[in-house]
Design a protein around this ligand. Structure first.
Ligand SMILES: O=c1ccn([C@@H]2O[C@H](COP(=O)(O)O)[C@@H](O)[C@H]2O)c(=O)[nH]1
Length: 266
């Protein structure tokens, strides 16, 4: 079954478009978990238990797992999320030349969706695009301040680079498996991109810790009700001062974000 059909079902089941970002920064883990064999896994398991009923997906960012213990923690985390019937979107921002990117794409045997970087062009994304079952979210207009440095540059046609990326992603969507990453911190660009690609679901990061616009995220991020609004630190570290009870606060934060976003959904 196509990823976006599965996501549609999941959104309906939990009445939520919240993507819970699993970015277990080791410097912020609760003290009582640091003696655990795999502290990041111990942390994620408790976060998943507390938030899964509000999560349309879990979105681990690969950057937080790129060491031997991290890879093990990520493997456990993915299996556990799947055990709760929650799809996993790996935020890895992948792409490379053909033989390398074919290796990168093998991760789609393990996760349901991935973020990819369009800078190297279509061939660098082809193994991801060819996977009819997987969701492929192409970076379009990112939420960081420096996102403007390249993405806002005007082409000879007068359109900014991010608009061209959106139009190209639409062409690449031959298997109905492509979405875009557009940050909530730039609501005007969100609206622009939605005008260019009415049918592509967005992954919208930047609500929560980055202070993005939740209403604009919902207004422009969803296509036929399907899309994802991500918060990572705002959910997983909501209970940072709560000691062993930290995960309860994360559950409440996920529920609060779901309710806030649902006010703007149809
Ligand atoms: O444009 C982008 C693309 C990806 N991200 C990632 O999303 C989360 C956001 O975390 P918060 O703690 O909610 O700020 C994180 O993994 C980023 O790497 C993004 O923020 N913006």
């Amino acid at each position: 079954m196509n990823f976006f059909d599965r996501l549609h079902d999941r959104i309906r089941t939990v009445d939520s478009v919240v993507s819970v970002g699993l970015d277990p920064d080791r410097s912020r883990l609760p003290d009582h978990l640091t003696d655990h064999d795999l502290p990041r896994w111990a942390f994620n398991r408790r976060i998943i238990d507390a938030t899964h009923e509000h999560a349309a997906v879990f979105k681990p960012n690969a950057a937080f797992y790129e060491d031997p213990d991290g890879w093990r923690a990520l493997e456990e985390t993915i299996a556990y999320a799947h055990g709760k019937d929650v799809p996993v979107l790996l935020d890895a921002k992948r792409a490379d030349i053909g033989n390398t990117t074919r290796q990168y794409a093998k991760v789609l045997e393990t996760v349901d969706a991935i973020t990819v970087n369009p800078y190297m062009g279509r061939d660098s994304l082809q193994p991801f695009l060819s996977d009819e079952e997987a969701g492929v979210f192409v970076l379009c207009r990112t939420s960081n301040p420096g996102g403007a440095d390249l993405q806002d540059l005007e082409l000879e046609t007068g359109e900014p680079v991010y608009e061209r990326v959106a139009a190209l992603a639409d062409l690449w969507n031959e298997n109905d498996n492509v979405g875009l990453v557009v940050g909530a911190t730039t609501p005007e660009e969100l609206e622009d991109v939605r005008d260019i690609v009415p049918d592509l679901p967005f992954l919208v990061p930047g609500v929560g810790a980055q202070g993005g616009d939740a209403e604009a995220a919902i207004e422009h991020g969803l296509a036929d009700g399907v899309g994802l609004i991500n918060s990572s630190r705002g959910i997983i570290f909501a209970g940072e001062d709560h000691g062993e009870e930290f995960a309860k606060a994360s559950g409440q934060a996920a529920k609060r974000l779901k309710k806030r976003l649902n006010r703007y959904r149809d």
